[in-house]
Ligand binder design. Sequence first.
Ligand SMILES: NC(=O)c1ccc[n+]([C@@H]2O[C@H](COP(=O)([O-])OP(=O)(O)OC[C@H]3O[C@@H](n4cnc5c(N)ncnc54)[C@H](O)[C@@H]3O)[C@@H](O)[C@H]2O)c1
Length: 317
Amino acid sequence: MTSLRCLVTGGAGFVGSHLVDRLLADGHEVVALDNLYTGSKANLAHLASESRFAFVEADVCDDLAPLGRFDWIFNLACPASPPHYQRDPIFTAKTCFLGVLRCLEHAERHGARLLQASTSEVYGDPEVHPQPESYRGSVNPVGPRSCYDEGKRVGETLCFDFRARGVDARIVRIFNTYGPRMDPSDGRVVSNFVVQALRGEPLTVYGDGTQTRSFCFVSDLIDGFLRLMTHPQAQGPINVGNDREHTMLELAELVMRLTERGSELTHLPLPKDDPTRRRPDLSRARETLGYEPAVSLEDGLAATVGYFREVLADREE
Ligand SMILES: NC(=O)c1ccc[n+]([C@@H]2O[C@H](COP(=O)([O-])OP(=O)(O)OC[C@H]3O[C@@H](n4cnc5c(N)ncnc54)[C@H](O)[C@@H]3O)[C@@H](O)[C@H]2O)c1
């Protein structure tokens, strides 16, 4: 494939930094834009001498015109974990709405293809299981998760509306993804469990631990992104994730085994509006994109545990 000029907003974040690596490995030129709200320059430090890479510290809601022309725009800028997106809900809603608007305007200006990082949160607390793309969701518009859930929903709407103006806007609905470079303090279950286990602390389980999630290793997610972006016409929305479902108790046991720590469990009440079950229906991704998640939970968690061991050791030095 010819070398493309790519913009990755949120490029200093967990998923964004892996996407930057993959695009560079594929021979492209990449600009990562990030305001470092939750991301970190450390996630991109290994690219300091890479001539095809540039980092721009800016807000995605700012005018993107000075950045010039791109072939591909990936809009990932947005705090993603509940404690982070609830810290300043108006900032989150603004980032969701204005951020995608700015990216779509820029895509229209330059004829760029755009990938919008949407989320399984658009399904809210689903009454349908697993969730196909045709399911319209059960979202609370006035709750602690609304700034993010509704923000991402309006992001999809804007993509749909810009398509009518000729913009090739593609939408990926990301399900729970984990892996190296997750922020240890982002409050998501994988990072919580691994960090607590490595510190020898009890693992915090919300509710009775029978609620389920499906966990996608980050390299599988990035594979899904590239399959959607290189597809001749598919625009989505399309679910990408892993459809193996695990209870929180199963996850806790696996983490304890991989960290070789016999931590205990403590139970806290379920947070408000926390979905009890969440699993992608991947039929469309399989049929349209030939997508198949390849990394098992055990292998992905082992890599994640290795990463967190290093991060925690550095912090303790
Ligand atoms: N990780 C997941 O499981 C998951 C699931 C569903 C959707 N997503 C989506 O994927 C994207 C990346 O998520 P992540 O897990 O890497 O989260 P992350 O918090 O690690 O990354 C988000 C990045 O966006 C940056 N950012 C936030 N607001 C910004 C703004 N206004 N301007 C510029 N940069 C801004 C942050 O500094 C950070 O680097 C997000 O859009 C998120 O909604 C992630």
